[in-house]
Design a protein around this ligand. Structure first.
Ligand code: 5GP
Length: 194
């Protein structure tokens, strides 16, 4: 079981609030240097939450989702696929694409997954490090739906619950699980959890 507030404790101790309280930097254990003990605990917790759902594939988006998706993949014993960013030179039409608005860079980019790696029968769990406005997960959902596969849900490490993505996706019927949910954050007061 996930050490109850393991991730919250690390965020409290090491997280840095930026951009007037809208961006959390966690470079010392999640997004640059990676604490593999913590990663392993998070992967185990995603498996505890979704292990009974018959997941056949994990899907994430490059770059920052790949690390946690890989570790989670070791718990689920299923392949991990990551959506690639940027214009593709593939002209064979054997790819699924979606447009995603980047929260951190403020621009629109294309993501793509080769058709061969998501099949109609697949039960796909989406994994990402952060959930903010939900654009990254919406893009991944769009790709899974194009493939005729099933979205089992999404596991994210950190949900900024004061931003609208998580609730909007839940309202659409998707099961969204976050290992830490932030209610509010500011430079002065730090981070408050739900
Ligand atoms: P969304 O698409 O839900 O708006 O944003 C999610 C994506 O943006 C994640 O893949 C993550 O990489 C990035 N992101 C959003 N908010 C934050 C944040 O506060 N800190 C970090 N480090 N990444 C974020």
């Amino acid at each position: 079981m996930f050490g109850v507030k393991l991730l919250e404790e690390r965020i409290r101790a090491e997280g840095k609030v930026r951009e007037n309280g809208s961006v959390l930097k966690v470079d010392s254990f999640l997004n640059h240097q990676m604490d593999m003990e913590l990663y392993d605990a998070m992967g185990a917790e995603f498996y505890r939450l979704f292990g009974g759902e018959g997941v056949t594939k994990l899907l994430t988006i490059e770059a920052s989702g790949i690390g946690i998706a890989c570790v989670a993949g070791l718990h689920f014993h299923v392949p991990v696929v990551f959506a690639k960013k940027g214009k593709t030179k593939n002209i064979d039409g054997d790819i699924y694409t979606a447009l995603v608005h980047s929260f951190t860079h403020g621009q629109l980019y294309e993501i793509m997954v080769a058709r061969e790696f998501i099949q109609p029968g697949d039960r796909v769990l989406l994994i990402d490090d952060f959930l903010a406005k939900g654009a990254a997960l919406e893009g991944l959902i769009h790709i899974v739906e194009q493939a005729g596969a099933t979205v089992v849900g999404a596991g994210v490490c950190v949900e900024k619950a004061f931003q609208p993505g998580g609730d909007a996706l839940r309202q659409k019927g998707y099961r969204i699980e976050a290992l830490a949910r932030i209610k509010s954050m500011s430079d002065e007061d730090g981070v408050e959890f739900c």
